[in-house]
Design a protein around this ligand. Structure first.
Ligand code: 9D3
Length: 253
């Protein structure tokens, strides 16, 4: 997959691609990541990329010609790529959109600055509009990195052929179970005995139960949009029975 970020601040996004899994995926040839400077496609001595808004008002708007030229140039490097405008008005980004974008041959992220980009670019050069959430950023660069990061790790082979992307919490709709590593005692707190037992059926059951309880406590909204397996229903009904005992005051203790 090609990932190209169009920005007036390429120095802001390039370093992110030089570390960890993305660097490895690039080196191994699964992806080609780059940033292109919109200013390189602007005209005149000063290569101006922004101008005053028609109709008046504060702030500046990104001029259409440099954006169009930058997008055309990126499309030449990656024919058929999807052009994604990062904007607070876009579709709220989530894991399902990451899955969808991971099927593309190429992604070109257009990052706005100032008050935004000329509307005529939105109409004729953009395939998709994405927001990374309801808060105000200073530009689209962090958004492009967030989306690129989430998409790249889903590309087959990028995780080294294992299935951890499949097991991700948002893929199965539950939060991750608690994690422990050595030492087995830290700050007087011990690792739960079941994890040291070597009994993998019991460990899986414990992990599912902690996943469910954490999701119930921290993100009950996730449980509302999901159906449950037979095993999960058993665990939930068990809590229900225990709570009923407590409410009726006839608990074991
Ligand atoms: C300060 C100007 N705002 C009008 C009240 C509109 C506005 C324009 C441009 C607000 C933010 C931005 C810059 N943001 C992005 O380019 C952006 C973004 C975001 O701000 N939040 C969430 N996702 C994204 S993706 C791109």
């Amino acid at each position: 997959m090609d990932v190209i970020v169009l920005t007036i601040f390429p120095e802001m996004v390039e370093p992110y691609f030089s570390y960890g899994m993305i660097r490895k995926a690039h080196e191994d040839g699964f992806i080609r990541v780059s940033a292109m400077n919109i200013r390189d496609y602007a005209q005149g001595k000063h290569r101006v990329t922004d101008d005053k808004p028609y109709g008046g008002g504060c702030g500046m708007v990104m001029k259409p010609e440099p954006l169009a030229a930058a997008i055309d140039s990126a499309l030449q490097k990656s024919p058929g790529a999807k052009v994604v405008h990062m904007t607070p008005q876009g579709r709220p980004f989530n894991q399902a959109i990451a899955q969808e974008l991971s099927l593309c041959d190429g992604l070109i992220f257009l990052c706005g600055r100032y008050e935004g980009i000329d509307e005529r670019i939105c109409q004729n050069y953009i395939d998709d509009e994405i927001s990374i959430g309801d808060y105000v950023l200073t530009g689209g660069e962090l958004g492009a990195l967030v989306v690129a990061d989430a998409v790249i790790r889903l590309i087959p082979g990028v995780l080294g052929g294992d299935d951890s992307a499949e097991k991700d919490s948002f893929a199965h709709g539950l939060l991750e179970h608690a994690q422990y590593t050595r030492p087995c005692e830290f700050d007087s707190m011990r690792v739960p005995d079941v994890l040291l037992s070597g009994n993998h059926a019991l460990i899986d059951k414990w992990r599912l139960e902690t996943s469910l309880i954490r999701t119930f406590l921290k993100r009950p909204d996730l449980l509302g949009i999901r159906s449950f397996s037979v095993e999960e229903k058993k665990i939930l009904k068990n809590w229900y029975l225990k709570l009923e005992h407590i409410i009726q005051g006839d608990g074991q203790k």
